[in-house]
Write a protein that binds this ligand. Sequence first.
Ligand SMILES: [Zn+2]
Length: 606
Amino acid sequence: MRTAGIRATQFAILAAVFAITLHAEVPEAAVAYKVTLTSPEQHLLEIQIELPAGADSRELQLPVWNALYQVRDFAQYVNWIHARNRSGTSLTIHKLNNSRWQIEGAGQGALVTYQVFADSPGPFGAQLNAHHAFFNLAEILMYPVDARKSPVTLQFSQLPSEWRIAMPFQARDVYFQVENYDRLVDSPVEIGRFQENDFMEAGAGFRVIIDADPSDYDADKIVAALRKIVAAEISWMNDRPFDTYTFFYHFPRGPAGGGMEHAYSTAIDLNAESIKRNLDTLTGVTAHEFFHLWNVKRIRPQTLEPPDYTKENESRALWFSEGVTSTAEGIAQLRAGFLDEKQYFSRLGEAITELQRRPAHLTQSAEESSLDAWLEGFSYYRRPERSVSYYNKGELLGILLDLAIRDASHGQASLREMLQWMNANYAKKNRYFEDSNGVREAAEAVSHADLGWFFTKYVAGTEEIPWDDFLRSAGARVEAIPNTVPDPGFLASRNFDGPMSVVAVTPGGEAERAGLEVGDTITELQGKPAGEESRQQLARLRPGDTLAVKVRPRRGAERELKWKVAGREEISYEVKDLEHVTPAQRARRTAWLKGEAQGVLAGDSK
Ligand SMILES: [Zn+2]
């Protein structure tokens, strides 16, 4: 374990101050959870819930979804459940549906015990194995339906020796205590032999919990990058709504890739090899997840609140909550010095290409893509003729809305003012915003202009986006360039950090001749585990190159396939300078890429 010297000491003092402000006693009405790590080898947990006195008949619910906007029915992992009263007499439990149980005779309180199997790796999962435990707690903890708002305590037992616990808040002796279930399950937990590197920045304490082989990463470099990211975003939002924040990282050597946001923490998994090469993916994912502490955790659409754990929470706002978080990720990377103008424009061109190449950009709106998020687990849904990504189109809409606000306000306002307005008028006032209408309200408030056309055509509608009209004031344009692109002969996609599955194979193509079939799982691509970077690997191929993949067919053993990559005519989009960039356009561009509004002199170019 490496620590950051003097900064770690400052952090320790800060943490001690917070600990004192916590309540010293367990409240009478608390729901007390105890998680026993029964068998790491068999991935078995025993959960005990102590219910306070209350109604005689009580219901317990296990969420059907959490972390991902996908129903995953966690009840599938509950092996058995029983309940007793305080004097040890068994109570009757009957199942109301596959995720809800009713207990009779619990008036004086009850002790409910159940066994859960937990072996889903990654930032969206819950896993106990011989190496460690990581939990999104909603996947293993039921809540009493009549006491979801009650204070809760949580403790863990039967930890293997040398295992420690990290959560986004301080432990009190052996247990954690928070105000309610919702807050508890927004707090992931890592238990094991992790390394911890703490630092202070912008007056806050940051914990960096890393579960990985120490030879696979350089903690000092990671901390240096994190400092830049958090400083860039805190200054951009001019707000720091927390005193401590925790980064959880896992760098497994196999397939990995993904990040999950929480109000006071984030959990990020990245493949160890990619971390060794450079920190580009880490800084991108981290900038995205950290920005979520504002956008979605505090600046929150009404449709996600309060969360309904019993069914899909449909929202038309994910293009904003996810996509515009990606826009902010880009701005943070520019402000932190991780991207320059050339790299940013190249990335913008790639995002435009991704959207334009999906035929569904003319049939599915950004709002519909948001609503349909709950279908993303199905591979057919992820096909280009069926859906667009609310991440991809949402990120582009964030960029275009930024430019539209600048145009409408003659440079006096930008996306930054809009997000700060939403923070002040929704988050700080404990209000939730009304999906796209709430975004429009904010955009119009800071630009003093009617932006209804933007939302009608491009957010709720599927009109082709006139890229040049938006980019002109920043002296840029989009060029459509026909070229021969590598065609591997198949299409594969992943459900977040899930395995990469083949969703289409070109009839008569080389991949089909080599034996690749729809439904196959690709485990390796050119000798590297399939994951976050596979898309870039595929993009780097040239027609004529040999492609080597390892696949696990639906039936039969894993095998290796090889074939030659073909070529196909496609249009790529690139962002270029206008022939003559005026000083006013240059000034607009400079302000845009800084994420800032312009001064009083809109044409001033400094
Ligand atoms: Zn996100």
